[in-house]
Design a protein around this ligand. Structure first.
Ligand SMILES: [Zn+2]
Length: 170
């Protein structure tokens, strides 16, 4: 009994990792464009229906976070304003804005990678996506491929510090 439960947990984790790989790919795209590497995908019934990576610099828009762009793309795909039955995979714990957007979009599940000690609102500083006072809550799975997500961010910020124009600040 215990064994089969363990096995299904294993296969669930493999599924989560598989989708997180696509979010990591999006994060890499952000890094290549000189953006803080965070990526997200929205999955419904085994299909990616929206992707996004951080584009704050390119768009000069503080709301252009990976999750917001992925949610917008998913809503466009479905032609609906809500994302019932969908899971959002994101490499970093969502900030207050994105956590709010996840609730507003009525996602069923959130799977994230690394925790964000400075802005995380899905367990770290707050837990907006599971606050019973809101009219919608979701299941949360955290720490999926957290090391890979954190490594991308660490490498990015290290490279930023190494840039000649930033060297004097260190
Ligand atoms: Zn955000």
């Amino acid at each position: 009994m215990l064994k089969s439960a363990d096995m299904s947990l294993d296969s669930l984790l493999n599924t989560e990792k598989r989708w997180m790989k696509y979010a990591l790919k999006e994060a890499e795209r952000a890094a290549q464009a000189g953006e803080v590497p965070v990526g997200a995908v929205v999955v419904k019934e085994g299909v990616i229906i929206g992707r996004g990576h951080n584009q704050v610099e390119q768009l000069q828009d503080p709301t252009a976070h990976a999750e917001i762009l992925a949610i917008t793309a998913a809503c466009e795909t479905l032609g609906t304003k809500w994302l019932y039955g969908c899971t959002l995979y994101v490499t970093l714990e969502p900030c207050p804005m994105c956590s709010g957007a996840l609730v507003m979009a009525r996602l069923a599940r959130l799977v994230f990678g690394a925790f964000d000690e400075k802005a995380g609102c899905c367990g770290t500083l707050h837990n907006l996506v599971q606050d019973k006072r809101f009219n919608h809550r979701m299941e949360v799975v955290s720490g999926v491929e957290a090391d890979l997500s954190a490594k991308l961010l660490k490498t990015f910020f290290h490279q930023q510090r190494m840039r000649p124009e930033n060297a004097q600040n260190n």
